[in-house]
Design a protein around this ligand. Structure first.
Ligand code: DPP
Ligand code: ZN
Length: 883
C-alpha cells in the first residue's frame, strides 16, 4: 500500500447528506443496507471528467460481500461499477444529486480485528475510528464527509434485548419469529467514524443531569447486569465532567440522552461516538475491592475525555486524519485540566510530564518521530496536549477561553484543520504568534540550554537561551520554535523576587501590572539564540526555569547542584520543586551508570539521601507530592539520555539507589508505613489517595531490601488490606524478590480473584513486568495459562505489553526477549492487526542499543516484515523501524 501524505489532501468530489442504515443482525451473518443521498461538489475545482459528464464516486470497503447496488432505485449494471478488495467505484453516477442504495453481507461473528462491527461476550458492538466504518458498508470513509444518520436495527429479542445507536430513539416494536426492531435518529451531522451500534444483553445504571439552560439529560451506563454495581464511580465522573465543561468552557450537552457502554474486548481505551460512547470495561468498572486509585483516576480522566469530545471532536471535527491532534491534543488537554481541578494540579502535572518523558520523548528521538501533525498518518496525543497548553500559557485563562469561543463560533458543524484552531486563538486575542505553527510540523524534542549572569553593579540578571531542534527522519534541518518559558527568581531566603521589567532585543518590557507585584513571567523564546535581562535585582538570584513545565522541551541550565537542592527546598512552583529533585536524580544516575560501565564501585552521594529524607519528613508537603518526589526517574527516561542505551547498567544503578535509600531511610520509611494506615472505608479523594500513595511507595522501598522482617511487614499489609490499592501495592512490593513469599502471595492473589478478569490482568502485568532474571520463560508459560486469551486486547497489553516494559528482560542480551516478541507479533497479527502493531512498536528504537542487541532486534524485524500475509498495520511500523 502507498503511504498517504498530508499534501495529497483533496476535497471530496461528492458529499453525503442523509444516511439511512438498516442492520439485520444474525448469528451466522449480518445484512447491512445503506441508503445515502449523494450530491456532487459544485464549487472549487471539480474532478476530471471520466465517463460521460460526471466523475466516478469512490467508496471504501473492506471484508464486505456486495449483495446489490442501486442508483435512484434502479439496479446498477455490472459495467457501471468496479469492485476490488479496497473499493467500490461507481463509474457513471448521475450528474446531479442521487440516491445510492447498497446492500452488503458482513460477518461480525468472525471479526477478531475488533474494528467495524464485531461480537464481544455474545453482544454486538462497533469501533469505527479511524477507518472501521468501511468494514460495515461501502462508504466515503473520511472525516470530512458529514451526514445525518438514521439507523434501524433488527435482532432476536431474547438474545439482544437492548439495541442502541446514536441520537434519539424514535421508534421500536416487535417483529415475527421472536425478533424486534428499533430506529435511532441522530440530528447532528457526523463523520462515519463516530457511528456506533450496540446490541445485547445489558443492564444500565440510570441517572440524570440538568444542564445550565435547564434541560434534563438522561444518563445511562450499560454493562452486563452483574457489573452494574461497579458503575457508580463512572457515573460520578460523567456528571462531574458535564458540569465542569459548562463551568470552564460554557459548553452544554446537546441531546436528551447520553449512553456509555462498557465492553470487555476493545482495542483502545474508549471511543467518543456521538451520544453512545463505547468503553473498554477496564475504564468503567470500579469498586474499592477490585480497582486501584490509579484505576479510579484513569476512569475519571477518560470518562471526561470522551465526554469532552462531544464538542472538541464531534461538533467540530477533523478534516483528515493528519489533523488528529486538532481533536486529541485539545481533548487530552481538556481532560488533564479536568483531572487537575478534581484533584491536585501539581501531582497531575508531574504524572503527565513523567509520561511524556518516558514514552513520548524516546519516540520523538527514534525512527517513529513525528510532528504533532504528522505528514503521514500516525497517532499523537500527549505532545498535542502540550501544544494546546502552550496557547493557554501564552494567552492566560481568559485569552484561551476567548480563542475557544471563537473556534466554536466559526467552526461548529465543520471538519477543520490545526491552522483553523491556531487562527481562532490568534484572532480572538489579536496577537502575533509568528513561528508557533512549527509545533505542528516539526518533529523532535527541542533542546534548550540556558546560561545566567548577575551584574551586581547594574543590578541586572540575564538569561541567555539557545535552542536546537534535533534532526529526525525526513526532517534534517529545523527552524527555531516558539517556546514559552515561565520564569521566577528566588532570593537567598527562597522567596520569589518581584519582577519589574525585562529588557529584550532593544526594548524594555514592563512585567509588573499597575501596582501589583508579579513573581513569575512567561518569556517568549523564538530565536536560535537570545537574551532576556531583568532589572532591579538587588542580589544574585536563583532562577526557577520552565515553571509548570511550560513547554515540552529538554532543558539544560547552568544551575549547580547546590542551586538545585535550594530549589528543591524552596521553589514556590511545586512542579519545579519536584523537577529540581528529578534533575539531581538524573545526574546521579547517569554518573553512576558511567561508574558501573567502568566496573567502579557505586557510591551514593549523601547529600542526595539527605534531600530525599528532608522531603519524606516534611509534614507541610502534600503526601502524594512526596510520593512522586521520592520516586526516581524511570529507566526509559535515563536510557533516553544516553548515547548508547544500556538497560543492564541503568537497571543495576536504579536498583542500587533504591536499595541505598531503603537502607539509609529505613526508620523513616517504617514510620511512614505505620502512620499511613487507616481503618476507614475506601474513599476516592485526593487526601486519601495521597496517604495510600505515600504508604505504598514507602512499602515498596522497604521490601526491596529482601529482609525477612520487612517482607513479613509487606505480607501483613497484603493480608490486612481492605482495598485493591493497598492489596496490590503490597503484592508488588513482595514480588520484587524471587522466593517463597513471592510464590505464595501470587498464588493466593490468583485464587482470590480468578473470577474477575480485570483484576487478573493486574496479576498478569505484575509478573510480566518483573525484573527477575530470565523472566521470559515465565511469561511464555503464562501465555498458556487458562485465564490468558490472545483475542482480548487487555490481556495482550497486560502480559505482552507488560513484558516489553521490563527493560532488562525485553532487552536481554541473549535475544530471548526479542525472539519471544517477534513470534508473538506474528501470531497476534493474524487475529488483531491493530493490537499487533502497537506491540511491534516496542522494537522501533532498536538502533539505540549496542551492536549485539541491534543485530538481534533487527533480525526479528526482518523476520516480521518478510512474513506471509502480514497486515498493513504491522508492516507500516516494522518497515519504518527498519528504514
Ligand atoms: N481512543 C480514542 C480517544 O478517545 C478515540 N478517539 O482518544
Ligand atoms: Zn480522544
Amino acid at each position: 500500500p502507498k503511504e498517504i501524505f498530508l499534501k495529497d489532501y483533496k476535497l471530496p468530489d461528492y458529499y453525503f447528506d442523509a444516511v439511512d442504515l438498516k442492520f439485520l443482525l444474525g448469528e451466522d451473518k449480518t445484512i447491512v443496507t445503506s441508503k445515502i443521498s449523494v450530491y456532487p461538489r459544485t464549487e472549487g475545482k471539480y474532478c476530471f471528467i471520466w465517463h460521460g459528464n460526471s466523475c466516478p464516486l469512490l467508496l471504501n470497503g473492506s471484508d464486505l460481500k456486495l449483495l446489490s447496488i442501486k442508483v435512484d432505485g434502479k439496479k446498477l449494471k455490472e459495467e457501471d461499477y468496479h469492485l476490488d478488495i479496497r473499493h467500490l467505484t461507481l463509474l457513471t453516477p448521475p450528474s446531479g444529486s442521487f440516491v445510492l442504495e447498497v446492500e452488503t453481507e458482513i460477518h461480525p461473528e468472525n471479526n477478531t480485528s475488533l474494528e467495524g462491527l464485531y461480537k464481544t461476550s455474545g453482544n454486538f458492538c462497533t469501533q469505527c475510528e479511524a477507518e472501521g466504518f468501511r468494514k460495515i458498508t461501502f462508504y466515503q470513509d473520511r472525516p470530512d464527509i458529514l451526514a445525518s444518520y438514521t439507523c434501524r436495527i433488527e435482532a432476536d429479542k431474547s438474545l439482544y434485548p437492548v439495541l442502541l445507536s446514536n441520537g434519539n430513539l424514535i421508534e421500536q416494536g416487535d417483529l415475527e419469529d421472536g425478533r424486534h426492531y428499533v430506529v435511532w435518529e441522530d440530528p447532528f451531522k457526523k463523520p462515519c467514524y463516530l457511528f456506533a451500534l450496540v446490541a445485547g444483553q445489558l443492564e444500565s445504571r440510570n441517572d440524570t443531569f440538568v444542564t445550565k439552560s435547564g434541560r434534563t439529560v438522561t444518563l445511562r451506563i450499560w454493562t452486563p447486569s452483574r457489573d452494574v454495581p461497579k458503575t457508580a464511580h463512572a457515573m460520578y465522573a460523567l456528571k462531574a465532567a458535564m458540569k465542569w465543561d459548562e463551568e470552564v468552557f460554557g459548553l452544554e450537552y446537546d441531546l436528551d440522552l447520553f449512553n456509555i457502554v462498557a465492553v470487555p474486548d476493545f482495542n483502545m481505551g474508549a471511543m467518543e461516538n456521538k451520544s453512545l460512547n463505547i468503553f473498554n470495561s477496564k475504564l468503567v468498572l470500579a469498586s474499592p475491592e477490585t480497582a486501584s486509585d490509579g484505576d479510579y483516576a484513569a476512569i475519571l480522566g477518560v470518562i471526561g475525555h470522551e465526554y469532552f469530545h462531544n464538542w472538541t471532536g464531534n461538533r467540530v471535527t477533523c478534516r483528515d486524519w493528519f489533523q488528529l491532534s486538532l481533536k486529541e491534543g485539545l481533548t487530552v488537554f481538556r481532560d488533564q485540566e479536568f483531572s487537575s481541578d478534581m484533584g491536585s494540579r501539581t501531582v497531575k502535572r508531574i504524572a503527565d510530564v513523567s509520561r511524556l518523558r518516558n514514552y513520548q520523548f524516546p519516540q520523538d528521538a527514534g525512527p517513529m518521530a513525528h510532528p504533532v501533525r504528522p505528514h503521514s498518518y500516525i497517532k499523537v496525543y500527549e505532545k498535542g496536549a502540550e501544544v494546546v497548553r502552550m496557547y493557554k500559557t501564552l494567552l492566560g485563562s481568559s485569552g484561551f477561553r476567548k480563542g475557544m469561543d471563537l473556534y466554536f463560533k466559526r467552526h461548529d458543524g465543520q471538519a477543520v484543520t490545526c491552522e483553523d484552531f491556531f487562527a481562532a486563538m490568534r484572532d480572538a486575542n489579536d496577537v502575533d504568534f509568528s513561528n508557533f505553527l512549527t509545533w505542528y510540523s516539526q518533529a523532535g524534542t527541542p533542546h534548550v540550554s540556558v546560561t545566567s549572569f548577575y551584574n551586581s553593579d547594574a543590578r541586572t540578571f540575564s538569561l541567555k537561551f539557545r535552542q536546537e531542534v534535533p534532526p529526525t527522519p525526513g526532517q534534517l534541518v529545523k527552524e527555531p520554535m516558539f517556546i514559552p518559558v515561565s520564569v521566577g527568581l528566588l532570593d537567598s531566603s527562597g522567596s520569589d523576587l518581584p519582577l519589574a521589567t525585562v529588557y529584550h532585543e532593544g526594548l524594555l518590557h514592563r512585567i509588573a501590572r499597575n501596582d501589583q507585584p508579579v513573581f513569575s513571567t512567561v518569556l517568549r523564546v523564538t530565536k536560535k539564540e537570545e537574551e532576556f535581562v531583568f532589572s532591579d535585582i538587588p542580589n544574585k538570584p536563583i532562577p526557577s526555569l520552565l515553571r509548570g513545565y511550560s513547554a515540552p522541551v529538554r532543558l539544560d541550565s547552568d544551575l549547580t547542584d547546590s542551586d538545585l537542592f535550594f530549589l528543591l527546598a524552596h521553589d514556590s512552583d511545586e512542579f519545579n520543586r519536584w523537577e529540581a529533585g528529578q534533575v539531581l536524580a538524573r545526574k546521579s544516575m547517569l554518573s553512576l551508570v558511567a561508574n558501573f560501565q567502568q566496573n567502579k564501585p557505586l557510591v551514593l552521594n549523601p547529600k542526595f539521601v539527605d534531600g530525599i529524607r528532608s522531603i519524606l519528613c516534611d509534614d507541610s508537603l502534600d503526601k502524594e507530592f512526596i510520593s512522586k518526589a521520592i520516586t526516581l526517574p524511570g529507566e526509559g527516561e535515563i536510557m533516553d539520555l544516553m548515547d548508547v542505551a544500556d538497560p543492564d547498567a541503568v537497571h543495576a544503578v536504579r536498583s542500587f539507589i533504591r536499595k541505598q535509600l531503603a537502607l539509609q531511610l529505613k526508620e523513616e520509611f517504617l514510620s511512614t508505613v505505620t502512620s499511613s494506615r487507616s481503618s476507614e472505608p475506601y474513599i476516592f479523594n485526593h487526601q486519601n489517595m495521597a496517604r495510600r500513595a505515600l504508604k505504598n511507595t514507602a512499602l515498596v522501598y522497604l521490601a526491596s531490601l529482601d529482609d525477612p522482617e520487612l517482607t513479613s511487614l509487606a505480607v501483613h499489609e497484603y493480608n490486612t488490606a481492605t482495598n485493591m490499592t493497598e492489596q496490590f501495592a503490597a503484592l508488588a512490593a513482595i514480588a520484587q524478590n524471587p522466593g517463597q513469599a513471592r510464590d505464595e502471595v501470587l498464588a493466593d492473589f490468583y485464587d482470590k480473584w480468578s473470577h474477575d478478569y480485570l483484576v487478573i490482568n493486574k496479576w498478569f502485568a505484575l509478573q510480566a513486568m518483573s525484573d527477575i532474571p530470565g523472566n521470559v520463560v515465565n511469561v511464555q508459560n503464562l501465555l498458556a495459562h487458562p485465564a490468558f486469551d490472545m483475542r482480548n486486547p487487555n490481556k495482550v497489553y497486560s502480559l505482552i505489553g507488560g513484558f516489553c516494559g521490563s527493560l532488562v528482560n525485553f532487552h536481554a542480551k541473549d535475544g530471548s526477549g526479542y525472539n519471544f516478541l517477534g513470534d508473538v507479533v506474528l501470531q497476534l497479527d493474524k487475529l488483531n492487526p491493530q493490537v499487533a502493531s502497537r506491540i511491534v512498536s516496542a522494537f522501533s528504537r532498536w538502533r539505540r542499543y549496542d551492536e549485539d542487541r541491534q543485530r538481534l532486534a533487527k533480525a526479528q524485524l526482518e523476520k516480521i516484515v518478510s512474513a506471509n500475509g502480514l497486515s498493513e498495520n504491522v508492516y507500516e511500523i516494522a518497515s519504518k523501524s527498519l528504514a
